[in-house]
Design a protein around this ligand. Structure first.
Ligand code: B4P
Length: 192
């Protein structure tokens, strides 16, 4: 199965992708995790990305596409994937389309986790305390939500207009949200 997970920062994409990966037995490709790994490694790319991420802005499309091409060149993506955090603007949506076409692949569903802003601010404040991620600081969260409304919301509209969007309610326990996603994408495999 080839899945694209969409949703505001803190909507639970990473959380659910980790479970879906086990369930569907396909790799989880998180552009946020790929970037954080570069930052942690202190690579040239990581140094460029660090400040941008801490501000709550998007890292350049060029860097992201390079990272994604690289990841998709690995054998394990042939069986499927869960793409989490990409695309985040219309240019990235077009680039993904192009990349998959060049690989002779198509994704099966774009799933949006719908969570309201109030709940998001609360969740990320919790994670800021627990994990101390720089981009979970209140100022950066405000910026990320603004970037989401301006740049990522149009991607959701784009997939909706192309009949590729599935919206799943992202509020509830982790199990509840997971079951909703599975029912939406693979009802024959749904449990409970
Ligand atoms: P990401 O790593 O994608 O970060 P995110 O949006 O915060 O993650 P997510 O929605 O996965 O939230 P999570 O499950 O962790 O991006 C970070 C930064 O990287 C971006 O701001 C940008 O700078 C850069 N970046 C990444 N991709 C890019 C791209 N394509 N282009 C340019 N730049 C890019 O959940 C959040 C919290 O909620 C957790 O604490 C979790 O425990 C909690 N939670 C989850 N589900 C819950 C539930 N059902 N109920 C209660 N709490 C829940």
């Amino acid at each position: 199965m080839r899945l694209v997970l969409l949703g505001a920062p803190g909507s639970g994409k990473g959380t659910q992708a980790a479970r879906l990966k086990e369930y569907l037995q396909v790799p989880h490709i998180s552009t946020g995790d790929l970037l954080r790994a570069e930052v942690a490694a202190g690579s040239a790319l990581g140094l460029q990305a660090k400040e941008v991420m801490a501000r709550g802005d998007l890292v350049s499309d060029e860097i992201l596409l390079g990272m994604l091409r690289d990841r998709f060149s690995r054998e394990d993506t042939k069986a499927g994937f869960i793409l989490d955090g990409y695309p985040r603007n219309l240019a990235q949506a077009a680039a993904l389309d192009e990349l998959l076409r060049s690989l002779g692949q198509k994704f099966d569903a774009a799933v949006q986790l719908a969570v309201d802003n109030e709940q998001i601010v609360e969740r990320l404040a919790g994670r800021a305390q627990a994990e101390g991620r720089a981009d979970d600081a209140p100022e950066a969260v405000r910026k990320r939500l603004q970037v989401y409304d301006q740049q990522t919301a149009p991607v959701i509209e784009f997939y909706r207009q192309h009949g590729q969007l599935t919206v799943v309610e992202g509020v509830g326990t982790l199990d509840e949200v997971f079951t909703r996603i599975v029912e939406a994408i693979a009802p024959e495999k749904a449990v409970g």
